[in-house]
Write a protein that binds this ligand. Structure first.
Ligand code: GLA
Length: 393
């Protein structure tokens, strides 16, 4: 059964009627620009074909009920209760099951952003084919699907950037993950065959044709199956180190530093903070260089930038894991144009830019390397830049 059908059948099982509609939004792969978004820097992600579906319909009362194929029980609250539930106090777990906080958080944030609109009770059933915990933004896909559904059902009619901000607010303040805005923007603004360049300070975006298809290239995703979460631990620590670095440099955010500031940074801060800063500053430059290389020389010219990005995350930002390093090294040894881990790190997936004819050989080689190292079998598949949210039914 497709995820679209799964959402619809979960809905009818729950309510005994047909949904008013089914809406969906994609996950994403980040081509380059990691941990730059919350530093007000640059990112270049693209939406992937894997999507999350929300089948939804208005109710006659003020209850909001969400169900998911991942959860045994639906969660139901009063619309009026949302303001008491959220924001979740910093450092605590949400007072609803975490999976439901994504959808309920969107309902809460959308109401807050459109106070004039008449929110009504709603039933929502969610199903997804975005791998969870793989660094492919399954959470932004839920937020995007639910935001798109409620935006239409409640007639709030917000633009994609406003809906992305609502998704991020749900993630930050309802779920409690201190993430940036890349994932939600990438999901909401996805275009077939193009990556989305985002200036995370101004939220200005530009569609950047990747030229992958014309050049006979595929993006291979190597999901290491090492699960990660950004609500805890390392992600928050990295973010705090960046804020500390910016404060020591006397700037608003690391967006305002360039490579010319690095010698001064080295003198001002401890080695760990300095390396965190150096990653962000050099990564911002790599994003700009990638956009230029794609436009001027095509996708085969971005390989070295992808490889340098991975090295910086491994050595300076220290967010890679052995499985991700092995995936990248194996892909490069087998002749990939470039490869890097993608997403927040501490597990999840790597990507490799690969000639179409090499996909099968490359997948086999990575799978074999994982087996030889005694790692769990990776999930290897290809993705291509795909469209953003849509109404499917
Ligand atoms: C996660 C977060 C994003 C971004 C990336 C790292 O995906 O949700 O906001 O910070 O990590 O680039």
């Amino acid at each position: 059964m497709s995820a679209l059908e799964a959402a619809r059948s979960l809905f009818t099982g729950l309510t005994g009627r047909e949904p008013d509609g089914v809406w969906s939004a994609p996950g994403r792969v980040n081509l380059i620009g990691e941990h730059t978004d919350y530093n007000e820097g640059f990112v270049l992600p693209f939406a992937i074909p894997h999507r999350t579906f929300a089948a939804a319909a208005l109710r006659d009362d003020d209850r909001v009920r969400v169900a998911s194929t991942f959860a045994e029980e639906p969660v139901e609250v009063d619309l009026a209760q949302l303001d008491a539930l959220f924001p979740t106090p910093v450092g605590s777990a949400p007072s609803v099951p975490e999976w439901s906080a994504y959808a309920l958080g969107v309902a809460w944030a959308l109401r807050a952003a459109a106070p004039g609109a008449t929110a009504r009770g709603v039933d929502i059933a969610i199903a997804s084919d975005v791998p969870v915990g793989a660094g492919l933004s399954s959470s932004a896909a839920i937020e995007g699907a639910v935001a798109s559904a409620l935006d239409e059902l409640w007639s709030t009619r917000l633009d994609p950037v406003a809906l992305a901000q609502i998704g991020r607010r749900a993630e930050n303040e309802a779920v409690g993950a201190p993430t940036g805005i890349m994932d939600q923007m990438s999901s909401m603004l996805g275009r077939a065959d193009a990556a989305t360049f985002i200036d995370c300070r101004t939220l200005a975006t530009e569609s950047v044709p990747t030229g992958f298809t014309a050049e006979g290239l595929e993006v291979l995703v190597i999901d290491t199956q090492v699960k990660h979460s950004h609500s805890t631990g390392g992600y928050r620590e990295r973010r705090e180190a960046c804020e500390r670095g910016a404060a020591l440099l006397g700037i608003r955010s690391l967006r305002d530093a360039t490579e010319a500031d690095l010698p001064r940074a080295a003198a001002l801060m401890d080695d760990v903070t300095f390396r965190r800063v150096r990653h962000v500053v050099t990564e911002n430059q790599r994003v700009l260089d990638t956009v230029r290389a794609l436009a001027e020389r095509g996708p085969r010219a971005i390989g070295d930038l992808l490889v340098a990005s991975h090295a910086s995350m491994r050595d300076d930002f220290e967010i890679s894991v052995a499985e991700l390093d092995l995936a990248v090294e194996t892909a490069l040894a087998q002749g990939a144009v470039g490869a890097r881990m993608t997403g927040g790190g501490f597990g999840g997936a790597a990507i490799a830019l690969v000639a179409r004819d090499d996909v099968e050989r490359m997948s086999d080689a990575v799978t074999r390397a994982f087996a030889d190292a005694g790692y769990a079998a990776p999930h290897v598949f290809t993705v291509h830049p795909s469209e953003g949210p849509r109404r499917d039914a």
